[in-house]
Ligand binder design. Sequence first.
Ligand SMILES: [Fe+2]
Ligand SMILES: [Fe+2]
Length: 254
Amino acid sequence: MNDHAHAMTLSERADALEEHMTHELERIVIKSALFNLADGKTNDDTGEVLARNPGKFLVMKEDRRLPKMPAKPTLIDYFKSRFTSTAHLLQSAALAKKAGHSEKVILACLLHDVAVSGFIRCDHGYWGAQMIEPYVDEEISWAVRAHQALRFFPDESVGYQYPEAYTKWFGPDFQPEPYVVDEYKRARAHKYYMTGRLITLNDLYSFDPDAKVDLEDFTDIIGRHFKQPKEGLGLDNSPSAHMWRTMMWPTRFL
Ligand SMILES: [Fe+2]
Ligand SMILES: [Fe+2]
């Protein structure tokens, strides 16, 4: 090994690549605190990054590493250009359709994990419900919120059992937080309980990587039940438009 071939650790290599990418971009990307927290970092390195990139401006709109979004994006554009994994959503919706459930239930299944796909995992049912709330029937957003808690609790009457995958992922001793237990009890007594429950029933925990479901299969249902804002999803002034904008421009400095 010569002197120049310094053996970098994996994280050093990742940092170097990130640094390289920052330099390659016309504008500088500063990560949000949340992105840094996900890397176990609690510091803000804005000052250092700016010092290393004199004369460059910060990202204040598009992040050119991401697919370009149209001027007036629709829900389908987010599916195609922002959501990191759509197979799970599509397969869950396909299962609900095959079982003959209502269009509201099918759309609830199609959207139940939008937060995981495009935004954040922790408390994804709550985030997802908020994201879609202004654009769908309250039964749909209620069900998306409730599935966060319901999926941890079996309901023998419809054949829903505690997912084996959860035992594998979280360990046999995992217990939901008390706020989740309380949410479950409230949901159990709610008039839309079964809609939320049907999300969990059609939620595929071990989905088939080979099954192909097209988003086009659901275009009509989206058209009938998702109120697409004329300004573009995220560019309207709904109470959750900012959440869609954040997915569209996740590295905008402010
Ligand atoms: Fe979920
Ligand atoms: Fe899911």
